[in-house]
Design a protein around this ligand. Sequence first.
Ligand SMILES: Cc1cc2nc3c(=O)[nH]c(=O)nc-3n(C[C@H](O)[C@H](O)[C@H](O)COP(=O)(O)OP(=O)(O)OC[C@H]3O[C@@H](n4cnc5c(N)ncnc54)[C@H](O)[C@@H]3O)c2cc1C
Length: 416
Amino acid sequence: MMAAITAAGNGHDVIVCEKNEKPGKKLYITGKGRCNLTNAVDAEGMLRSVMSNPRFLYSAVSGFDSFDTMRFFEGLGLELKVERGGRVFPQSDKSSDVISCLEREMRRRKVTLMLNTEVVSVEAKDGTFSCVVLQDGRRLYADACVIATGGMSYPLTGSTGDGYRFAAALGHTVTDRYPSLVGVRVKEDFVRELEGLSLKNIELHLKEAVQPYTAPGEGVIPKKHSSSKKKDVFSAFGELVFTSDGMSGPVVLSASSYIGPLLAKKPLILSLDLKPALSEEQLDARILRDFDEMKNRQYKNALEHLLPQKLIGVIIRLSEIEPDKRVNLVTKDERRRLASLLKNLTFHVESLRDFKEAVITKGGVKVSEIVPSTMESKLVSRLYFAGEVMDLDALTGGYNLQIAWSTARAAGLAIE
Ligand SMILES: Cc1cc2nc3c(=O)[nH]c(=O)nc-3n(C[C@H](O)[C@H](O)[C@H](O)COP(=O)(O)OP(=O)(O)OC[C@H]3O[C@@H](n4cnc5c(N)ncnc54)[C@H](O)[C@@H]3O)c2cc1C
């Protein structure tokens, strides 16, 4: 829609083929129905949040940055507001208002929106775009074509990865694709007991596993909560929530951006620091103080000031301290083990959750085969790309839609 509005603004006759019965189905569900349409940062700030190929985006984002996006929508009469972390939303909190704006502008610019119109292939002749073929067999010939079919996450919205197929058939390389900004499954069974527990103010560390996961009872039992000596691949402070087979929530979604390609090569662990404000020594001192205050209690009844109820049983088991032991009998070594466990509660990553739950797709049409300033294919002239169909993705915060706006703008402007 952004590419169509831009090209139509330059005097072109534009047709948008949309296979759904209405446009913007994915936009509708963005930002939990509120549409976090961009982030109020400059181009440099925006590119710092781009995970794949930020350099490729430099030209498009400098040409149409977040503030241009805000001016564009405000110019169409959409009032905006900026929330925590620079996230920009419509004042109305309704993603449908963003879609209405785009639809209105397409009508004003006389863009023909063909709904229930599925493209089944994109054809080229002598290295130049020729036509798109529709499902009913019709061919639409045009001077140029922008492939803006999105990724393959939440396929019910219409983004089913068709563009990868079109691009590959025209000779483009499509890189491996992974679900991203998505929850993670872990191997530890005890995670089931934690389902629904939300932890705030924790630190999450993603690392390579030092040793592979061994299920309890299967050969050597690894030191489950020993701190990995490997360097962090990623770490973040914030909030997470446990699910029936893993975890999700903001810090986990960010970590998921790194997991797909890495997990294909090596085992990974997620280690949680439940008490990031305290060093291990300070935490040990705090536990000692707690235990002193309740010296006649059993260990199993002495953790309530330290941990949420749902975690207590799990921590008691993992610490391997006798639950009925009176806390004044807990040894220094045992106490240190507990402190170390609270600083390094370790989970082995089983897999990412599926595409159907992923906010975005990592991977896509290889960007070295696309001209960064125009989004034109280097292999097929007059063929352009915009948005998530390319090997571009970013963290949450409005950056993924900004990638779509900036690249669509560049493509729309480049069409002669
Ligand atoms: C739950 C969820 C929440 C999100 N929230 C945010 C957010 O708040 N902020 C943010 O920045 N990003 C968010 N994203 C990511 C963002 O929605 C996408 O990155 C963005 O929509 C990509 O835009 P696009 O135009 O490239 O593709 P899409 O928005 O996926 O649009 C592609 C369109 O092409 C159509 N299409 C596909 N194939 C064909 C075909 N063969 N023929 C005809 N039509 C076809 C589809 O029906 C679809 O309408 C969210 C994603 C999800 C799933």
